[in-house]
Write a protein that binds this ligand. Structure first.
Ligand SMILES: [Ca+2]
Ligand SMILES: [Ca+2]
Length: 101
């Protein structure tokens, strides 16, 4: 059993559980409504504009949904910043929030 295989698999399942948290209606894509539902659980207000820019940052094919492969790609690219906590805005922070929560 190769240890790197195992760690990749573990990472993928962490991505998946973060995705499932954000995909509130479980239709396989994170929409603005999904994010609104997610952020309504937090005391700090998140505006429609902020939600729109979060989706735009990750929605590579511009269909209005962040699918799992898009989510995974952003998360992968953002990981060093997300993990160090140095990122303040945009897709990195919302995805990091979902994973941490
Ligand atoms: Ca959804
Ligand atoms: Ca998309």
């Amino acid at each position: 059993m190769c240890p790197s295989d195992r760690s990749i698999r573990r990472e993928a399942s962490e991505f998946r559980s973060g995705f499932d948290v954000l995909d509130a209606d479980h239709d396989g894509g994170i929409s603005r409504d999904d994010l609104k539902a997610f952020y309504s659980a937090f005391p700090s207000a998140t505006t429609d504009d902020e939600i729109h820019s979060m989706i735009s940052a990750a929605d590579a094919d511009l269909d209005g949904f962040v699918k799992f492969h898009e989510f995974e790609r952003v998360l992968d690219a953002a990981k060093p910043a997300a993990w160090s906590g140095s990122s303040r805005k945009g897709s990195r922070s919302w995805i990091a929030t979902a994973i941490a929560g």
